[in-house]
Ligand binder design. Sequence first.
Ligand SMILES: CCCCCCCC/C=C\CCCCCCCC(=O)N[C@@H](CO)[C@H](O)/C=C/CCCCCCCCCCCCC
Ligand SMILES: O=c1ccn([C@@H]2O[C@H](COP(=O)(O)OP(=O)(O)O[C@H]3OC[C@@H](O)[C@H](O)[C@H]3O)[C@@H](O)[C@H]2O)c(=O)[nH]1
Length: 428
Amino acid sequence: MSYSLYKFHRKPSHSNLKEIPGVSIIKPLTGLDTNLYENLKTFFNLQYPRYELLFCVQEHDNELIDLIERLREEYPDVDSQLFVGSQKFSSGDKLLKNDTMDIKNPKIYNMLPAYEKAQYPYILISDSGLLMHEHTLYDMVMCMTDNVGLVHQMPFTCDRKGFAASVEKVYFGTQHARMYMTINLIGINCVTGMSCLIRKECIDRVGGLRAFGHYIAEDYYIAYEVAKQGWKLRVASTPAQQNSGEYSVSTWIDRMIRWCKLRMRLSPLAYLEPLQECFSSAILAGIVTNYLFEWNALVVAACHILIWFILDYLMLRITQGGALPFSKFEFAIAWLLREFSSFYIYFKAFTGSSIVKWRGKEYRLGSGTRAEELSSLPLPPPAPSLLVESSSSTTLSSSSSSNSTLPVAGPHLLSSSSSSTKQSSQLV
Ligand SMILES: CCCCCCCC/C=C\CCCCCCCC(=O)N[C@@H](CO)[C@H](O)/C=C/CCCCCCCCCCCCC
Ligand SMILES: O=c1ccn([C@@H]2O[C@H](COP(=O)(O)OP(=O)(O)O[C@H]3OC[C@@H](O)[C@H](O)[C@H]3O)[C@@H](O)[C@H]2O)c(=O)[nH]1
């Protein structure tokens, strides 16, 4: 709690904006979410001197493309490009079908062409459901001091209507925030890839984003690699504002089961997670104090739960940085539901199959979240080349990939060499 209080919602230090490096913001998109227009719009309004927006549409979707085009027309001064999935890999490119066959992570697959085109030294991987405050990019860059290689936002949520939104906010602002901040405070890699500002050189050094394509938990491996190269990982001063329009308690539970399955394969410590929940630790505290001091176990457990509940409320207020959008009564109900549903989530993750469903596709998780897809990714078509639509013109580009060595199983990556060249020419 103290670390969050120290970390969050602080004003960034002032510095000479001209010295700030450019940022290539990669937005992997899969579908038309209710809030997508509103969310993407915030990226065109960022108060930052030099950035480009690289939109990646996984599969051809006219409505989604129209929405992005509308925004790009509204903001002609913002440098942006659109990469459409079905047109991105071609026989004409050096990034050939065979080179992409080993990429199982669909988010990585989707982002590849944008990464190849990114022109700035920093890249920001930013998930589709995020809304960004106009100063957040600047704040994140300010956190990227000389020894820092990756700045990540702790996942949190915007204020949205409905009980499901309250449950999500309570989860991300209490249990998740507590663990996320604690683990980061003690310097262990705990990075969620929802909103990550990364020095591009760190990724280039291992052959580009494709080097992480084997794993579903690409975020963990990216952070692992950055740290291995001697850089520090830092939590940003503002939490990520998830603002997806499609949410419900069951969607949240399914997502948490998927995340838990990932963590189980990243660290055996994940199996101890149930022990750090309020009710299980209350039972343990009751038993232990009864054994040691003969205290009344029920009273100890009740006090434990009450104190925990109050501290969780404070933690949520700290993460929110202001008033909550629901009453204390609603907080209590959402908190109880969150606490009890956690055991269901652990049970399903620990005892369920190794298959996870992500955006309609299924993947079998192997060791270290190494993935084997059960429903295939869209294969590269025999089209002439990679189509890139830029804000000023439409260009035909050929991109190249590296001859990188890909990560090995388990939470370790092998360093590899990389070489990449880029060319582009006007479309006639
Ligand atoms: C007696 C109590 C023992 C408590 C042991 C607690 C072990 C906790 C382990 C993990 C909790 C992490 C929760 C953070 C949220 C991560 C969200 C997430 O799942 N994100 C995934 C999807 O984006 C992502 O791929 C994973 C990222 C990081 C996973 C980190 C796993 C290693 C954790 C090792 C922790 C040791 C902590 C010990 C200290 C308190
Ligand atoms: O098939 C897919 C799935 C997802 N994505 C993109 O990946 C991003 C995250 O997807 P979701 O919002 O569905 O999933 P999550 O929030 O659970 O992802 C999170 O957990 C898993 C990690 O690997 C991700 O880095 C992290 O963002 C979105 O921008 C989405 O559009 C793809 O581009 N293709």
